[in-house]
Design a protein around this ligand. Structure first.
Ligand SMILES: CC(C)(COP(=O)(O)OP(=O)(O)OC[C@H]1O[C@@H](n2cnc3c(N)ncnc32)[C@H](O)[C@@H]1OP(=O)(O)O)[C@@H](O)C(=O)NCCC(=O)NCCS
Length: 149
């Protein structure tokens, strides 16, 4: 299935909220995504299949760095390459604006996400001990250099 990727609008927030609540132990509230839509440096991309939102990616482009905040695919749609496509799209957008580095944090236990990021060229460089406030889990900090194509 072809994934159509576009910038999210307010009309997409209900679908984003649903995927968020199905995907994270401590889901971000609706207001967080409303705020993200308004922030100049923040982007949310949504991926659609047959006009249905199946995944989203929230990231920041700040000067020459892109930071991946929250990427999620609807549980019923995982394993179909949509997460990888959205991530690749964000990295390409970042390169186009002159970014040279991509960064993110991920829960140490999140094997699927770590595999997604490693496959996209990210490497773990640091452990932030007890980074997540809800349960004290460690975060892996992962980086990838971005070279223009
Ligand atoms: C992580 C997540 C976004 C991956 O989305 P997805 O659309 O299923 O990922 P893709 O199908 O594009 O998979 C891309 C690669 O990631 C890896 N991967 C994805 N799911 C995996 C799993 N369950 N186990 C192992 N590797 C996995 C694989 O390397 C895969 O490539 P391959 O299938 O060619 O080997 C999805 O599992 C998710 O929404 N998880 C909950 C939210 C979350 O934890 N987000 C990340 C933290 S911000």
């Amino acid at each position: 299935m072809t994934l159509q990727i576009s910038p999210a609008t307010e009309a997409d927030l209900a679908a984003i909220d649903e995927i968020e609540s199905l995907s994270f132990k401590a889901p971000w509230p609706h207001e967080t995504f409303v705020g993200e839509l308004a922030r100049e440096w923040a982007r949310i991309d949504v991926g659609r299949v047959d006009d249905r939102i199946v995944a989203f990616n929230n990231y920041w482009i700040v000067t020459t760095e892109v930071h991946i905040l929250h990427i999620a695919t609807h549980p019923a749609e995982r394993g179909r390459g949509y997460g990888a496509e959205l991530l690749g799209h964000a990295l390409a957008a970042a390169i186009a604006t002159g970014c040279v580095l991509a960064t993110l944090e991920v829960r140490r236990s999140n094997k699927a996400a770590i595999a997604l990021y490693e496959r996209a060229g990210f490497k773990p460089v640091h452990v932030r001990a007890r980074y997540y406030q809800d349960d004290g889990e460690d975060a892996l900090v992962m980086l990838r250099g971005l070279a223009p194509a």
